[in-house]
Write a protein that binds this ligand. Structure first.
Ligand code: NAI
Ligand code: MG
Length: 347
């Protein structure tokens, strides 16, 4: 029996951190089935070469040949490029990976330091403004741009269930719904009401009785996240708010280079560091590989390989605690390779 893992490094530092994550998986030996890696292409660089950002073969291989996958990052341009659409957004849809699960955890060497942060952002991954239905019209007073924001009961319910399931396994069992339904009472109103209603659904009867529900408007949620991050446990949010909140939470724990995620559906899981392709440090060999390595651990945990995941996480945490090997984003001078080596030794 083998574990077939698709690797899609894509652009920029994705090509530096995904190979590191692969090495961490390989180091686990018999704690997991023998890994078999499939190298797959996607991304903006591939688009400029071939005219397609997400080859059909990549989607097919993920669907048919792989048990799970790891994705690096894409360099999506901020201007409109004809024919280009972000492959990660497309993949999440194609594979129906409706939940983006982003644990943000601090590891502090100093017990008297800031309150320890231990939260999970559960981000809806298929709709909201990311349906990318944008139009532009010309009016007498200039151009007018519009975007459609889609919120469905079905997607809100399944992301809500995912958030409650995650909360059940955590000591505090607190779900905070993030929304802006004071202004967007129809769309965010539906999200808020649907998630609130999850514990009352007949099929889950009683299951979430011990879970506490709270809610917070998104702007003040960011404010409180910075002032008193310890109040949060599981935050569940529509796509865009979840994206913004998790980058903000990453700042609290020191770097985007530390925060992992998985894109999860009912039939497939894809690990992915929360950060982007980081063009400012690309090719310098100093990207922090920890977010990608932790994403591999999360992916393994989701597949049920707890022991392997624990070994990777423990190795990462001890390297962080010891502080001897750290990339520049954490104030250190180490390279990607040196941090990886330190982690591999501890695995
Ligand atoms: P970014 O996450 O790539 O970088 C933000 C800052 O964090 C940069 O200063 C970068 O050097 C630093 N950083 C990020 N990851 C790091 C790591 N592992 N080690 C050390 N430092 C790290 O976000 P930015 O600059 O806004 O976007 C760059 C490109 O990435 C854009 O084209 C954007 O579209 C894309 N992007 C892709 C994502 C994805 O593939 N899911 C997510 C976010 C952005
Ligand atoms: Mg983001």
């Amino acid at each position: 029996q083998s574990l077939k893992i698709g690797l899609v490094p894509a652009d920029g530092i994705g090509k530096e951190v995904i190979p590191a994550a692969r090495r961490a998986i390989e180091a686990l030996g018999s704690d997991i089935p023998k890994p078999e890696f499939h190298d797959l292409v996607a991304g903006f660089e591939h688009f400029t070469r071939s005219g397609t950002a997400l080859p059909e073969e990549t989607v097919r291989a993920l669907r048919e040949d792989c048990d799970a996958a790891l994705f690096g990052a894409v360099s999506s341009p901020s201007r409109k490029v004809t024919g280009y659409t972000s492959p990660i957004v497309a993949l999440r849809k194609e594979l129906d990976l409706y939940a983006n699960i982003r644990p943000v955890v601090s590891v502090s060497a100093d017990p008297r330091g800031k309150p320890s942060i231990d939260m999970v952002v559960v981000r809806e991954n298929t709709e909201c403004l990311y349906v990318k239905q944008e139009t532009m019209i010309h009016t007498e007073t200039g151009r007018e741009a519009r975007a459609t924001r889609l919120i469905t009961e079905r997607a809100s319910r399944r992301i809500g269930k995912m958030a409650f399931e995650i909360a059940l396994k955590r000591p505090r069992k607190l779900v905070t719904i993030i929304h802006k339904s004071n202004v967007l009472s129809v769309t965010d109103g539906l999200f808020r009401e649907t998630v609130r209603g999850v514990p009352k659904l007949p099929e889950v009867a009683g299951r979430y009785d011990n879970v506490t529900i709270a809610e917070q408007i998104v702007d003040s949620a960011v404010y409180r996240l910075f002032r008193e991050p310890e109040i949060y446990d599981v935050m569940v949010a529509p796509n865009l708010y979840g994206d913004i909140l998790s980058d903000a939470a990453a700042a609290l724990v020191g770097s985007l280079g530390l925060v992992p995620s998985i894109n999860a559906g009912d039939h497939f899981v894809m690990g992915e560091p929360v950060h982007g392709s980081a063009p400012d440090i690309e090719g310098k060999g100093i990207a922090n590989p920890i977010a990608a390595i932790r994403s591999a651990a999360l992916m393994l945990r989701h597949l049920g390989y707890e022991k392997g995941a624990d070994r990777v996480d423990n190795a990462v945490n001890s390297v962080l605690r010891e502080g001897q090997f750290a990339t520049p984003d954490l104030g250190g001078k180490s390279t990607t390779a040196e941090v990886l080596d330190a982690i591999l030794k501890r695995i």
